[in-house]
Design a protein around this ligand. Sequence first.
Ligand code: FES
Length: 224
Amino acid sequence: MTNMASKATSAGEPQYPLPPRTIDARFYLDEEQYKREMEHVFLKSWFPACSSKELAKPRDFVVWDRLQQSIVIVRLDDGSIGAWHNVCQHRGARLVEKSGHCRYGKFKCPWHGFAYDLEGKCTTVPLRESFDEKELAGLRTPPVRAFEWNGLIWVTLSDATPPLKEFLGVLCLPLPVLSEHHLQLLSDPPADVERMADLADQDRTVRLGPCRPRSRRDDRRRMG
Ligand code: FES
């Protein structure tokens, strides 16, 4: 029988499927490798940020703190999805603390009262006359691309990344229905490599996101 795994093309390229192999541990621990992955992979990819169920009703929102960013993902009144950086445009404060339901359709900054609508547009500026009106024109939180597909809300931080289905390419097949456990992992993945490995051992689930490199403090905590 032909062993496809070990065959090579005439150009020396390996034939798929490749044999199983482990990744060198240094890829999980190296800070520079982490930065390279952030820059070249994660900040240019689509991510399944949460399940559609978490945004079941208009005005439900999720605060997604990943990739060293904080993003608010909202179910708009017309049923579509909006997403924007969780940053007040006055002095850069974190605008929304945690996920929930925005009953009145306004997010008010806890610092000086600038308020934003569900799409992240600034609608209220206290003491407006004290600001230059030109600077307030069109003021809004920077938008983030979001797309709902297959029971998940996907986001990407890059404007240059192709649309989701083009990005996924041949992977863009209807995914199997995800269990509650998988959805929880997607929306609240473990913060470190070892926890991820534990979960992967349990049910072969692989985290869809970058792993924070292990720090000395992590090592001390495990030993203590
Ligand atoms: S920082 Fe948000 S209103 Fe001032």
